[in-house]
Each structure stands twice: as C-alpha cells, then as structure tokens.
Design a protein around this ligand. Sequence first.
Ligand code: SAJ
Length: 410
Amino acid sequence: MRISVIGLGYIGLPTAAMFANRGHHVIGIDVDDKKVENVNKGVFSIEEPGLLAFLRDAFNTGNLRASVEIEPCDVFIICVPTPIDDGNKPDLSYVESAGKNIASVLQKGNLVILESTVPPGTTINLLKPILEKSGLTAGKDFDLCHCPERVMPGKILKELTENHRLIGGIDTKSSERAKELYSTFVEGEIYIADPTTAEFTKLAENTFRDVNIALANELAKLCEFYDTNIWTVRKMANNHPRVDIHKPGPGVGGHCLPVDPWFLVNGDSGLINKCREINDGMIKHVEATITANTGQNGVVVILGTAYKANTEDERNSPTMKLLGLLDDFDVRLHDPYVKEHRKSIDEVVKDADTLVLMVDHRDYADIVPANILKLMKGNVIIDTRNFFDPSEWKNAGAKYLLLGAREPKI
Ligand code: SAJ
C-alpha cells in the first residue's frame, strides 16, 4: 500500500517507519524542508532507546522517503500538532491545512485517518467538509476515521505495537479498512467506535490523568500543612484495592496533558479548569522553596530540563517555566538526555548553593550525595519527585527538602 504520513514529529515519524518496516511504501510529508532532507538522508535525531535503530532500519528498506509536496496515495495519515493558543483555545490550523493538501490529491478509494488529538466533532465537522471540497464524498468515494495516537514519549515503539488501538470510522467500511491497516503492527486489541466517541475517549484519558495528578498535588500541599508526608500517605492509601493516587510533582509538562483537557472543557468545566490551575501552580510552590532557602544571587543547579523522566522532550517542561521565575539567581541546568544540557554533574554543581531535582531521570540514581556536597558551597537539596534517598543526603550533611513532606517544608 502507498501510505502518506503528514507531519513527521514524535508520532508521525515512528508511525511512518512502522509501516515502512512492514513492507508498505511510505512517504512522509512535512513543511520543514530540513526534516525532509534529513529523513531522505537517513539522519534522525530522536533520542529514545531502540527508536533510532528502528528509524534507520526503515530507511534501509528503501520504503521510506519524505517530501514537502503531497502526492496521490492509497492512505493518508494526519499526525500534525494541535496546540492551544494563548486563550487555551484549540489551534486546528495544521489539521485544516493537512486536510486541504489531501483534498488536492484525493482519489476514489482512498482512506484518510486523523491521528492528531482534536476536540470532539473535529473529524465530522471540520475535516470531512474540507476533504469533500475535492468533489468526492466521504463514506461513498473515500473512507475516513479518527484513530487517536496514545503512545507515551520514552516508550513509543513498545506502545505503538502493544497498546490497544481505538478506531472511530465514519462508517463500518472506514473502520474495517483502518483496522486491517493497523493490524499489520498492532498487537493489542483494536476497538471500533464512531469518530466523536474516539476523539472524546482520547481526551477523557488524558484529562483523567491530569485531574488525578492535580489531586495528588493538592494532597501534597495539604500534607505539608498537616505536617505529614504525601509519599507515605500515597503508599498507604494505594494499598486499598480501589485507590490509585498519582504522583505529585513540580507540575505537568509535555505536549498532551497540559493541552488536551482544554479541548474538552469548552470553557466551562469547573473541575477540569481548576485541575489545570493546580498543576500549573506547582511550579510557584517549588520557586517559593528555592527562594526561601537560597541567599540572594545564589547559584541554583537544576537537574532535569525534560518534561519527564528518561526523555529528551522539553515541551512545556516545568523546568522551563521555573527558569522564568528565578531571575534573582544564577541558574545552571543539567540534563543527561538533552544535548545542550548534557555536561559533567561535578562541574555543574561546583560552588552551588542549592540543588533542585526536577526530573527523575534514571541516570540520577548514580549520584553520590557526599561527593556532590563536597563540591557545593551550600547544602540545600530540593527533591520534587521523591527520587533520592533522604537519609543518604542527610547523613552527608544536606538540608534535604522533599515536596509534599513534613518539615522542613517545600
Ligand atoms: N506526571 C506527574 N505525576 C504522575 C504522572 C505524570 O506529575 O503521576 C507528570 C509527568 O512528570 C509529566 C506529565 O505529568 O510532566 C505528563 O506525563 P505522562 O507520563 O502522564 O504523560 P505523557 O504526556 O507523556 O503521555 C500521555 C499519555 N496519556 C495517558 O497516559 C493517559 C499517553 O498515553 C498519550 O499518548 C500521550 O499523553 C498523548 O500523546 O496524548
């Protein structure tokens, strides 16, 4: 089959490679000509274990190429970004423009799949009319589905194949065709729904997570107030068969959780709005702790610039937000996964006053507290993830502050 994947980002590129490795002829379309040039040269920069080799394999099959120009194909898969604007309203301009491009080459018998996360109703009310401007009719001349991507950065390959998949076709034929296509690599179950249900389900999943993290963050602050420890409370409560308290932390980053709930609320959901506010507010909580424990013009070292553990992805990362609040300090950044911030920890912590762990990257487990404290000028360690062993730090002479725990408070 000739498959066109529109948008060669975190989802589009691995998806294109997946189909290419399974013997389909794939053309990746992107507006970024540098990205296109790199794909055509077999140059990839995603730093996720196993993914680079997988992309190179796809390149070596000769089944994967890229272009800035759309061309006729059997299947079109849209994987473009769907950000929010400054007023938290969905920006669907990339979906619109992908739809217009496809319409310009759409042929009878084609299948169009929207994978990008979108507000409920987008496939039917926005994409379908754009595609039908081609003169062809959805359901009669071409098939149309929403098949939301649900993979997690850091585990993309594993989750692309192992996760269950949801297909929301505009009719049974559309769904069945998409099911057959995804069956070439999906090992999980494939469920079928209508497009709006599929759109809503994807948003409900991410909103569920965001709301639960907000509850964990709220409980963490209450634990500080009541002089107890959220991490112990969480462990104890999660022994209950029907309780699953998420992890508190310095906020919620990435390209999904801070964005997707806004697609659902449509401006008027008190709970979902409030939870976004709680999660976004955590960074101020961390900033207040740094400020209260670091002298003016002090040196603050931040471990982790990515939005979460074991990834290079910095989109909406809490650390980047924190950076904007620390103008009064000399801030040094470190992250083993991000090229720009990959440096020797020993050098970064030299003469520092405060060390803040923002991301629980597995590499930080190798840190030896006594060695770090020897190099630092001060001794304040702020752990926003309950990652370090408090006793090791305290025994080495640190003033160890844990988010969501009793004295000393964070
Ligand atoms: N986080 C917490 N506490 C937790 C869990 C996460 O503070 O208990 C924070 C993380 O540190 C990070 C943010 O939340 O900053 C988001 O991380 P995540 O691991 O929850 O999710 P994402 O954004 O990497 O991926 C999510 C996934 N959705 C769900 O798990 C329901 C993934 O399956 C989706 O495909 C992805 O969004 C997406 O593309 O929509």
